[in-house]
Design a protein around this ligand. Structure first.
Ligand SMILES: C[S@@+](CC[C@H](N)C(=O)[O-])C[C@H]1O[C@@H](n2cnc3c(N)ncnc32)[C@H](O)[C@@H]1O
Length: 335
């Protein structure tokens, strides 16, 4: 069979579709349609688009399965109605808003990052990612909310797939707004615990937890995981934390988690774990390139890598299980 260049060309222009989605979220298309279908003129005016762009933009969203069109009126699909209407608690667009405002431009520096090994984000102007981001309270909140948008499906899967009935206490280390502790606590009323993160995160965690009326069971533990010991609980989690750091720092965090657990305790590492052969899981590999853009020395890793590091610091039993979308968990049991 003759080879065709079509797949390569499509991949090369593949960013057009994602950028169309990101702009639609930025412009509030899906929130505008949450009130019901609108015709071309009404939707165009509501969003504030130029007449030249509107029809192709909305029809491209139809072709991308992000809108429906019937009798000339545009409507959300069930998916965009649930997840991209800003007014709903199920909104996950915070994460994609951050992709649009930060990462879309930073990825323009990928070639430079590949040549130099240097990050291409705010760090370029000096500093470490979290200290730079957290200097500004607005960006701090945006980043923490974005983490919730990104981790919601994974948190719900973790609440279902981990054997929580065997444990009473749980703390998420590097918890951001508290998405994982909240979903686990909602699904398991017998559990208590909370989240550990840098002190600046505390008020945003507390406000989020209170919005679910979980403040009696979930508490914020302020600290720096490189300077301070980790808080004690029967289950600790480290999610999208290890990939921010170099190998020695990863090993240091795993050793600290091991030290904080009782015998019989468990550590859950949740990340976009790369497949062991490093051939198939493009999302995990691209996430690792994202860490090249975003961090000084971070990188993603396979389930086998993670289980090996866990065993080196003392964990006896380890296993890997898929969670949701690109994410899996590597679990280590301390015996
Ligand atoms: C990428 S976010 C992951 C958030 C959450 N686990 C999730 O997956 O949605 C990394 C988290 O690590 C926290 N963090 C970074 N450096 C830290 C430090 N030195 N001590 C404690 N937490 C830190 C950040 O504040 C942030 O909330």
């Amino acid at each position: 069979m003759d080879l065709s260049p079509a797949r390569i060309i499509q991949l090369g222009v593949g960013f057009w579709g994602p950028k169309t989605l990101l702009s639609a979220i930025e412009l509030g298309v899906f929130s505008a349609l949450a009130g019901g279908p609108l015709d071309l003129g009404s939707l165009r005016e509501r969003i504030g688009l130029h007449p030249r762009s509107a029809r192709d933009f909305f029809d491209a969203l139809v072709a991308l399965d992000l809108l429906e069109r019937q009798d000339g009126r545009y409507a959300n699909t069930p998916e965009t109605e649930r997840f991209l209407d800003r007014a709903k608690p199920t909104y996950v667009g915070d994460y994609l808003e951050m992709i649009n405002t930060r990462l879309y431009d930073f990825w323009g520096g990928l070639t430079e990052a590949l040549r130099t090994g240097e990050p291409q984000n705010e760090i370029k102007r000096g500093g470490e990612l979290f200290s730079v981001l957290y200097r500004d309270p607005v960006r701090l909140k945006q980043f923490l909310q974005a983490m919730t948008g990104y981790s919601l499906g994974t948190a719900q899967a973790m609440a279902q797939k981990f054997p929580w009935q065997q444990y009473q206490t749980f703390i998420d280390i590097g918890c951001a707004q508290g998405c994982v502790p909240v979903q686990v606590a909602l699904a398991h009323p017998h559990l208590s615990g909370g989240g550990f993160d840098l002190p600046a995160v505390g008020p945003i965690f507390t406000e989020y937890v209170a919005s679910f009326r979980l403040e009696d069971r979930l508490r914020f533990h302020p600290g720096d995981f490189f300077q301070d010991p980790m808080p004690q609980a029967e289950v600790l989690a480290l999610g999208r934390v290890l990939h921010d750091w170099n190998l020695a720092e990863k090993q240091q965090l795993l050793a600290k988690a091991y030290a904080a657990l009782p015998r019989g305790g468990a550590l859950i590492v949740y990340e976009s774990l790369i497949d062991d052969a490093r051939r198939q899981h493009a999302s995990g590999l691209l996430m690792s390139l994202n860490m090249l853009i975003e961090t000084q020395a971070g990188f993603d890793f396979t389930g086998a890598d993670c289980c090996g590091w866990m065993q080196e610091v003392g964990f006896h039993r380890t296993y890997v299980e898929h969670l949701d979308g690109p994410d899996s968990m590597a679990v280590g049991i301390k015996e």
